[in-house]
Unconditional design. Structure first.
Length: 297
């Protein structure tokens, strides 16, 4: 049972950071940025590049976060802000085009071969009979720390208060003197940095490859939608629910249904399980489980 809890926590850490950044930006710009998941891929490759240049892993990750945050701000300023003048649908289509461009650039620069971070091989940790690798434990700790800092910024700093004011009533917030463009750029930077951390943590427990963003696209959007698009902290709860659904698929023994001692669903059913969960939830809560937060934050 504790192993199941750890598996859920690991998957939640994989999804939450990227989903929170996506939801935070949506709260301000009001369109789903498909390119956001590619920031995670860019972040993972930049961290890998920094490590291969001789940087300690934490330093390489911080540099990756800064560069990915700057990329997010540049794309928001030069591309998405202009596309939004034609409406959110055009902006979303444009973000899909940007996503494809980023994938092509990553493919041209890094190639299609999966790559790995270089870490010392050590025995996994054993906690209450459950096994967890050092990379997975590090991923969970980083996710909890980063999300705690983000929560503090969101609810205890002027930037966070300005963001919540803009998300709640943009016209009124601008009338009080809040610089909407500056706040949007700041949140875009933070969202890019969060995605870079999330992509790096995911790649650290697996591989760094160009399809990382594609693999993240559906579960991250499912987590953000389930939590309520525009509710950053709701996205964390959404990520945990998606993680529970995905982990159940690969851990439940369905042998009793087919008269076999052991029978498990193939891993390919993970995506279907999470979206069935999402569909059922949205039938009862069309705006996500935290729809009040969507309207207020």
């Amino acid at each position: 049972m504790f192993q199941f809890f750890l598996d859920v926590l690991i998957r939640t850490a994989d999804l939450a950071l990227v989903a929170v950044g996506l939801s935070a930006v949506y709260a301000l710009v009001k369109f789903p940025n498909v390119a956001h998941v590619q920031y995670a891929v860019v972040g993972a490759f930049l961290t890998l590049t920094g490590q291969r240049m001789g940087m300690p892993f934490p330093v390489a990750m911080v540099a990756s976060c800064l560069l990915t945050g700057v990329l997010a701000v540049l794309l928001n300023t030069l591309v998405f802000r202009r596309l939004l003048r034609s409406g959110p649908a055009i902006a979303m289509i444009g973000s899909l085009a940007v996503s494809m461009v980023l994938v092509a650039l990553i493919l041209g620069i890094a190639g299609s071969r999966p790559q790995r971070f270089q870490f010392d091989i050590v025995a996994p940790l054993v906690i209450a009979g459950a096994r967890v690798s050092h990379a997975q434990a590090y991923s969970i700790a980083v996710a909890i720390t980063v999300l705690s800092v983000f929560t503090f910024v969101l609810y205890r700093t002027p930037v966070g208060r300005s963001m919540r004011a803009l998300a709640s009533n943009r016209a009124l917030a601008e009338a009080t003197g809040i610089n909407a463009a500056a706040i949007t750029n700041q949140i875009s930077f933070v969202s890019g940095a969060l995605a870079a951390v999330g992509g790096t943590m995911l790649a650290m427990t697996g591989d760094v490859h160009m399809n990382l963003g594609t693999d993240l696209l559906l579960p991250v959007f499912a987590a953000a939608i389930l939590g309520g698009l525009g509710s950053p902290l709701g996205a964390v709860a959404g990520a945990m629910l998606i993680a529970i659904a995905e982990t159940l698929v690969t851990n439940l023994n369905f042998g009793w249904l087919v008269g076999q001692p052991l029978a498990f669903l193939p891993v390919t059913y993970i995506g279907a399980a999470s979206f069935i969960f999402l569909l059922v939830a949205l039938l009862f809560k069309p705006y996500g489980l935290f729809d009040r937060e969507v309207r207020r934050v």
